[in-house]
Design a protein around this ligand. Sequence first.
Ligand SMILES: [Zn+2]
Length: 380
Amino acid sequence: MNTPDDLAARATRVYRDAIVIDTHNDMFTRVLDEGYDPDVRHAAQEAHTDIPRLVESGITAQFMAAWVDAPYALARPDESFARAMRYIDAIHAAIERNPDTLLLATDTEGIVRAKREGKVAILIGVEGGHAIEDSLGNLRELHRRGARYLTLTWNNGNSWAGSSIGEHDTRTGGLTSFGEEVIRELDRLGMLVDLSHVSEETFYDVLAVTKSSVLASHSCARALSDHPRNLTDEQLRAIARNGGVAQLNFFPLFLDTAFREAFERVETDISARRTANADAHAPLSGELRALRAAMVARIPPVPLSVVLDHIDHMVRVAGIDHVGALGSDFVGISATPSGLGDVTRIPILARSLLERGYSDSDVAKLLGENVLRVMREGER
Ligand SMILES: [Zn+2]
């Protein structure tokens, strides 16, 4: 029988020994667009992440997103690749400024070395396939600079892959023949295909083409919350058959229907406040952003138990080897579940999963071992 003290000690040990990998964090968007300083510690509620808090979290490896926003595909398409490269430069620079605490990892060996040296491995994932501007040469260049996954679409589709949202009337269908070439090139490079954000049609088209295990870097279970960004049971089973892994997103918008409805009311209200002639692609004004944040903060929070419910469901459907608890999407999300307010709270997952009855080795799989396995397979 576990007393609370036993459980706490067990959770500490499991977390300390585990390779803990989070596959999605958007901190560098704040760094590029808002002059956010990642090197200093910020208040708990600000940006969910900075390097001091990342170190404190005890995480082994963090994928940082190089996210290319939809307007780059639509209004400034020939700047998409340069935008991704600016992210990558900023990520490299942060690692170079912090050699005692961070290292750049481009493979599983790097992650294991970070664990051994007590550092945080930083990995790079490019989010939004429009970043390659329809060029395999650009894709190879992103890989050469350290990118190790490509999220094929964002909320906008591109000329060769469809998105689950199809924002701004972009593509929602399947892969084109050039899209199939992109998948084969990713396989050849040993760069992971990330299926978060893509349409169901593109999802299954990719699985028919790829010879590698796939990643869904930040997605929840559609059976529990019917949002198009989430994975259906059928998709979860397909990921399991492929040998891949689906990593859970912490955004309450994707986790919980009541939260989503309240959130959508806020979005409707905010868009009504935009002046009628405002460019639909232009970013929100600072004033409206602040108002939206205040309105979102008033929505009743989603408890941590809902996060665990999604993990339980995904494990039931896909199996313990094909699910991960950490595709946090920190910084990219405008609300967090209770108890998971920033990266320093990540260790709570170990204890919560043990409380749900997972074994020590199952918890290690959910915290990062499954991602490590998928990466290893890609390296072979
Ligand atoms: Zn995303």
